[in-house]
Design a protein. Structure first.
Length: 598
């Protein structure tokens, strides 16, 4: 039912101030409807509707209600002779309509929270609290801040609209917020009230015209937070019990919840166990089971975040946390509608509907860290070049579909193939956000699994000079850059560095340890190093050619030919030894221009 009309032809229970000046009698006379809506964690909104015969009011674009004009809406309480400001804001929209009921002009006013949504900003902090982030936002928008203190964070970055940043911080901390005038206020949702609120009492049948309460155990839930610390390669998880309801009525207290449900917050934005516990407690503290809805005479002091005390209502009597308020002033009367209780309520039009949060979104538009559980081998339905992973930031028991590993130059029979191993940490994304099409983008190190880096990785100027590829065995392929060319090289080595090949501008080497043979062959030609000190050269023809000299030395030097042997010199030839024996089974010829035998 609607309350009896209050005020006669003019809306005398509400006052409008435009840039600090009260509305003129003519404008006040044409005011036919005022609605003021305010809720937790939302932009306050008001709509003023005027009769505008001849459309004179809308023709002046720079007139009384020009865009950006400050408007204050005040409720008058004749019983207490006290005025209460319902909303202060700026004109953001103008509207005109013509129908059989006449011609009308309407303006929409948003409170200062709308400024926080007008543009984006980037806020970074070092060794600061989230309250410090909020202070920067408030200062940048000419607001005062009233907020709790919180834990110091080593580093934080926020790059969104200020309104989204406020909402994100509040949600993670379990806070509610409102903007009143130029004051941005935040407080713990489970235990506190808006700092500037007062307790309002309403008696059913007097101030309170109708009232209904819904208590739903289906809305009660414990909260589990799951995430993953890739640096420590360990799970981060915490749980919190559902918070006690804030409503104190006998109707609510008589109902008991035997076994609450559980909501799993996977991929939570937490850095460590302590933060996970805070986020779990915050999420559990903002939920609830009670939604109360009612209509009363105008209660100007009733604000979101305040407390409504209901009396003379039987088992519905008690205290209720106010979540949303709408004040309505019209030619048919004036009243206040509200939603209260401890459960998140959507709006005044449908207070019972609330979407059930899903455990995992069907679309996932961000990267996450996972741990490999299986590597495909191209057989038995296990595709080659793919792995399966478990989503450790969600729940260690949740496994993925086969995830293709992104590779450089991948194509038919080609590409740079480096697959992660079981228990490796990988960064995973999803094609078009589809959870059914995971892609492994790369692997990440941790404090447990550290990289094998050379000592001279970075030079004196801070530049990285060595790039390397290291296998699980410790085998290494290394490339070193040196602008001066002194140490520029490419190097391949096995674990232990006893087997190595180095090609450098300063020097090159090929080294293997004792006992390891080396063979180089090309068709019938072959060079064999047996690893024990013996070198064998084989081929159809072997040619030793030097521009200067060839020295052959050894304890014993043997030259044998199966057919013939020839020793020649364009100059002098000399054979010298401590003892010489020239022997032939056939004729021996010694010939020369002069033959001297001493």
């Amino acid at each position: 039912m609607s309350p009896a009309p209050r005020g006669g032809p003019n809306l005398i229970d509400v006052k409008i101030k435009v840039d600090g000046t009260p509305l003129s009698a003519a404008w006040q006379h044409d005011l036919v409807d005022v609605r003021v809506q305010r809720g937790l964690c939302s932009i306050g909104r008001a709509v003023l509707r005027f009769r505008d015969e001849g459309l004179a009011k809308i023709g002046n674009q720079g007139g009384l209600f020009a865009f950006g004009t400050t408007v204050e809406i005040v409720s008058s309480n004749h019983a207490t002779n006290r005025d209460v400001t319902l909303l202060t804001g700026e004109v953001v929209a103008r509207e005109a309509d013509v129908d059989t009921g006449g011609q009308h002009f309407a303006v929409t006013i948003h409170d200062a929270a709308a400024k926080l949504a007008a543009s984006s900003m980037t806020v970074t902090t070092l060794n600061a609290t989230q309250r410090d982030v909020l202070a920067k936002i408030a200062s940048a928008h000419g607001m005062r801040l009233n907020a709790p203190t919180d834990e110091v964070r080593e580093w934080s970055l926020h790059a969104r609209t200020p309104l989204a940043i406020v909402q994100e911080i509040a949600a993670l901390a379990g806070w509610h917020w409102t903007v009143t005038g130029d004051n941005l206020a935040l407080w713990p949702a489970s235990t506190a009230n808006a700092p500037e609120s007062t307790e309002v009492s309403a008696e059913l049948g007097a101030e309170l015209l109708n009232f209904q309460v819904r208590d739903s155990v289906a809305a009660v839930r414990d909260v589990a937070v799951h995430s993953w610390d890739h640096r420590k390669a360990q799970e981060v998880k915490a749980e919190a019990k559902a918070a006690e309801q804030r409503a104190t009525s006998p109707f609510v207290s008589s109902a008991r919840v035997k076994k609450p449900g559980k909501y799993v917050l996977g991929h939570a934005l937490v850095a460590d166990q302590e933060e996970a516990a805070r986020v779990a407690a915050a999420a559990a503290g903002t939920g609830g089971r009670v939604v109360a809805r009612g209509r009363a005479i105008v209660l100007g002091a009733l604000v979101p975040g305040g407390t409504l005390t209901v009396t003379n209502a039987g088992d519905l009597r008690g205290k209720y946390y106010v979540r949303e308020v709408e004040h309505h002033f019209g030619r048919g009367g004036a009243w206040t509608e509200f939603i209260a209780g401890d459960r998140d309520a959507p709006n005044l039009t449908d207070p019972w509907s609330q979407p059930t949060p899903s455990r995992v979104q069907t679309r996932f538009d961000r990267l996450t860290v996972a741990v490999v559980t299986e590597v495909g081998n191209g057989k038995e339905g296990k595709p080659a070049g793919a792995v399966r992973v478990k989503f450790v930031a969600l729940d260690g028991s949740v496994a993925s579909h086969w995830a293709t590993v992104v590779q450089q130059g991948a194509g038919k029979g080609r590409g740079f193939t480096m697959l992660p191993d079981v228990n490796d940490q990988v960064v995973i994304g999803f094609a078009d956000g589809d959870l059914r099409r995971p892609l492994v983008i790369g692997s990440v190190y941790s404090d447990r699994d550290l990289p094998d880096l050379p000592e001279e990785l970075v030079d004196s100027s801070g530049a990285v000079v060595i790039q390397s590829l290291v296998t699980r065995n410790g085998d290494r392929f290394e490339m070193r850059a040196d602008p001066q060319g002194k140490k520029h090289h490419v190097r391949i080595s096995l674990k232990g560095e006893k087997h190595r090949l180095r090609l450098g501008e300063d020097a090159s080497e090929f080294v293997v340890p004792d006992g390891v043979p080396i063979e180089v062959s090309a068709g019938a030609a072959k060079i064999v190093l047996d690893g024990k000190g013996k070198i064998t050269l084989e081929g159809n023809d072997i040619i030793l050619k030097a521009k200067n000299s060839v020295d052959i030395s050894g304890t014993t030097v043997k030259i044998a030919a199966s057919s013939s042997a020839e020793l020649s010199a364009n100059g002098a030839a000399k054979v010298k030894s401590s003892a010489t024996n020239i022997e032939s089974s056939g004729p021996t010829v010694v010939k020369g221009a002069v033959v001297n035998i001493n």
